[in-house]
Design a protein around this ligand. Structure first.
Ligand SMILES: C[S@@+](CC[C@H](N)C(=O)[O-])C[C@H]1O[C@@H](n2cnc3c(N)ncnc32)[C@H](O)[C@@H]1O
Length: 304
């Protein structure tokens, strides 16, 4: 695979909770001998925008196989279309870009709302779903993905002077790198079948909200509440019994309320590190700032 093309692989959508700025911390925590191993299997059960996926596959080209999963069906359809039909996707995105960019503000908003209605229909081809998914992500308010109780995407139009709707180089680079990635759509628990001693799981679940008002985790119609966080912890126990390795990130609720020991308690069997991160997407710009985040692992050399 051509290295220059490979190096431009990166998330094809903006995604709340994108991990670009935690990459250095993740890198420091990775077990180097494990990652030199040709047989290593990288598993990401909450892949979202894939910032960690694309980065890790570039950093460690010896990783021959990876598995990604997400509960969001349109996100996963888009990964599959990028893997198998990048040229058809690029053609559709170019058409949309040529129609949208020349419009004035009112025209763009009407165009966006029309495409959003079409996206919420159920009779689209996979390439249409992927093209609309990327278009809406690039032109909606703050790149949010939010659905109502019926699962309909309802984010309003955003205001960007010149949004890049068709990023051909990224789609082609991602398509190349995805050739060694198995793409699944479902609940994280379905990845249990990959829990073997040569597997490295990276979990980036919807974060536990720091406060009731800061809550943003409606990526899907299902809520990810405290009982879901505990179900994920139980899953970490299960894969640890199978000798699989894991790293998990989450919000540091203790940073906001020193008496809140939720994660310290439920993950007391593992190593917990606190790292600084800047929240990438917060609808309220005054709330974008440095916060500590948790990185939790069952890897024994994780403390160094
Ligand atoms: C914080 S985001 C991941 C961010 C990602 N690492 C990135 O870099 O953009 C969490 C993801 O978990 C997905 N999700 C929510 N509940 C899930 C579940 N039960 N099983 C699998 N995925 C789920 C959401 O659709 C969302 O894409």
């Amino acid at each position: 695979m051509n290295d220059t093309i490979l190096m431009s692989a990166k998330p094809f959508v903006k995604w709340v909770g994108g991990k670009t700025q935690l990459l250095e911390d993740i890198k420091r925590s990775l077990p180097s001998d494990l990652l030199q191993n040709e047989d290593i299997l990288y598993v990401e059960p909450f892949v979202g925008g894939g910032a960690v996926l694309f980065w890790i596959l570039q950093q460690f080209p010896n990783i021959k196989k990876a598995v990604i999963n997400d509960i969001n069906p349109h996100l996963i359809t888009t990964y599959k279309v990028i893997k198998y039909q990048p040229d058809k996707l690029i053609a559709q995105l170019e058409t949309i870009q040529n129609e949208y960019i020349p419009l004035d503000e009112v025209g763009r908003k009407n165009y966006y709302l029309k495409k959003r209605d079409i996206y919420n229909l159920s009779s689209l081809s996979d390439v249409e779903v992927a093209a609309l998914f990327i278009f809406l992500n690039r032109t909606c308010f703050n790149g949010l993905y939010r659905v109502n109780s019926k699962g309909k995407f309802n984010v309003p139009h955003g205001r960007y002077a010149n949004p890049k709707i068709c990023d051909k180089d990224t789609i082609l680079a991602d398509s190349k790198i995805l050739q060694k990635v198995e793409i699944l759509c479902g609940d994280f628990s379905e990845t249990i079948i990959y829990a073997t001693p040569n597997a490295l799981f990276y979990f980036d679940p919807p974060y536990k909200p720091l406060s009731k008002t800061s809550s943003f985790n409606s990526y899907a119609k299902e809520e990810f509440d405290d009982s879901e966080q505990i179900r994920l912890r139980d899953f970490c126990h299960e894969i640890s019994v199978c000798k699989a390795h894991f790293i998990l990130s989450n919000s540091d609720v203790k940073g906001n309320d020193k008496n809140n020991n939720f994660f310290d308690d439920i993950y007391k069997a593992y190593t917990i590190k606190r790292v600084m991160a800047t929240r990438m997407v917060n609808a309220n710009s005054s709330k974008r700032g440095k916060l500590s985040e948790l990185m939790i692992s069952n890897i024994t050399e994780y403390n160094k």
